[in-house]
Design a protein around this ligand. Structure first.
Ligand code: FUL
Length: 466
């Protein structure tokens, strides 16, 4: 009997070993994996610029101009939540140096304004509102500061670190810290030499785990444009050696597509504004992006394996303008309508690679389970539908916890007796949303022509986007 038990346990452990996937390095950290799952969150640009109609304040604005009449961070958080955003990143301090909380490191803050007799604190109010709505909060803390008298001297680096400390200790935790790359001249006409190495070390000492955004990470990278699109080819990998933030950053195309053989896992985030400007301007009330345009940006960012950071600037009352809220609601509805009816739900799936029960994990909509091919020669996955279906989108997902692998794939649909190619793609990554002209079929083939190592996929689904 004992021998029999031993035999069974050996067989089971051998099977598990056979299924165990070897990671293809570099791979994401746990925090980066959690960040990938957020997909979409809001950016909020708010401050003196809201009241002066500027995009870049000079830093010498009278603090009293900051005077929202009906500021309500709960309205922002409520709308964000309803729109399906997982969090809000606030410009706690933009380039003008004005702090939206009463910072001890500055004399240019909400405390010096007449708003709420100097007793207001936007960072605190937003932090409470996000908690109430069950979404997360992040902060944008501009390194460039056109107000601070120490700017342009080595001491400013200490001021910046002390400012971060204040934010993290009084208002954290934050799901993301956002470092802008702009570095112009300060009040004394000097340019700052930022000690980013120290900034990084300090930030990680204030909060662990922490995701830091900048042109080149360390955790996530800029996608190379402010239009909201990430490359159709998008490697979550980046080489950072020899590069710097700002002017010394890699070419924008590299940021947009990543490096094929990049040394570090640094995925792309697409930041874009719902209006032409980052700050609120009444003249742009009729230039708010429509739900269709926002949905298209979602396909080009999240649908290319990155995250979408959508800026919605509150107006002078301190509220989201009704046009922006309406666009956000329309955008949310479009996503729900598009992706709630998975047409592959009842399909059956087979492959040329290995006939294996784990194949069901491709269709099971459980993001923790996956199917791994046993080799990386051309992999063909065949999906048979129980009935004819009309569709125009297929979503593929790699199990990126094991690294990013797929280099090139295509999608074919059975039309009559023939299979016709409907999509030619490159990378998949965390999520690839493919779209093509509407077609009616009973069979689809996914052909992975090339990958760095045997593909590991966690999801395959199909939709009809109206
Ligand atoms: C840029 C800044 O200069 C803009 O004002 C804005 O904050 C945008 C998100 O990043 O680099």
């Amino acid at each position: 009997m004992k021998k029999l038990i031993l035999l069974f346990t050996t067989i089971i452990s051998l099977q598990c070993a056979a299924q165990k996937v070897q990671p293809l390095y570099p791979i994401p950290t746990k925090e980066q994996l959690a960040w990938h799952e957020k997909e979409f969150y809001l950016f909020i640009h708010f401050g003196p610029n809201t009241f002066t109609d500027k995009e870049w304040g000079e830093g010498n604005e009278d603090p009293n101009i900051f005077n929202p009449t009906q500021l309500d961070c709960r309205q922002w958080a409520r709308i964000a939540k309803k729109a399906g955003a997982k969090g809000i990143i606030l410009t706690a301090k933009h380039h003008d140096g004005f702090s939206l909380w009463p910072s001890k490191q500055s004399t240019h803050t909400v405390r010096e304004s007449k708003w709420m007799q100097g007793k207001g604190d936007v960072v605190k109010a937003l932090s409470a509102a996000c908690k109430q709505e069950g979404i997360e909060m992040g902060v944008y803390l501009s390194p460039w500061d056109r107000n601070h008298p120490k700017y342009g001297t080595p001491e400013y680096n200490d001021v910046y670190i002390a400012t971060m400390k204040e934010l993290f200790t009084n208002y954290g935790p934050f799901f993301e810290l956002w470092w802008d790359g702009a570095n112009g001249e300060g009040p004394n006409g000097k340019k700052q030499i930022y000690d980013f190495k120290r900034f990084e070390k300090a930030a990680f000492s204030f909060q662990q785990p922490l995701i830091i955004f900048s042109d080149i990470g360390p955790s996530i990278r800029w996608c190379g444009n402010e239009k909201g699109f990430i490359g159709n080819t998008n490697w979550n990998l980046l080489d950072t050696a020899g590069f710097a933030r700002g002017l010394g950053a890699p070419h924008v195309d590299t940021l947009n597509q990543g490096n094929f053989n990049g040394k570090h896992w640094i995925p792309a985030e697409a930041d874009v504004s719902i209006r032409p400007g980052w700050f609120y301007h009444a003249s742009e009330d009729d230039k708010v992006k429509s739900p269709d345009v926002l949905f298209d940006l979602y396909l080009k960012s999240v649908g290319n394996g990155g995250n979408l950071l959508l800026n919605v600037p509150p107006d002078r009352r301190g509220l989201f303008h009704p046009n922006d809220s309406a666009a956000l609601m329309g955008f949310a509805k479009k996503r729900v309508d598009a992706f709630s009816n998975n047409l592959f739900k009842k399909a059956s799936v087979s492959t040329n690679n290995q006939k294996e029960t784990a194949l069901r994990h491709l269709l099971d909509e459980n993001t923790n389970t996956y199917w791994s091919a046993d080799k990386n020669d051309q992999v063909v996955i065949q999906v048979k539908l129980p009935y004819q279906e009309t569709l125009n989108a297929i979503v593929l997902e790699e199990m990126i916890a094991y690294g990013q692998r797929v280099i090139r794939f295509s999608i074919e649909a059975k039309q009559g007796k023939q299979f016709v190619k409907v999509f030619d793609g490159t990378t998949i990554g965390r999520k690839k949303i493919t779209t093509f002209p509407k077609l009616t079929t009973t069979e689809i083939r996914i052909v992975i022509q090339e990958s760095k190592a045997a593909p590991v996929l966690r999801g395959l689904s199909a939709y009809l986007i109206q």
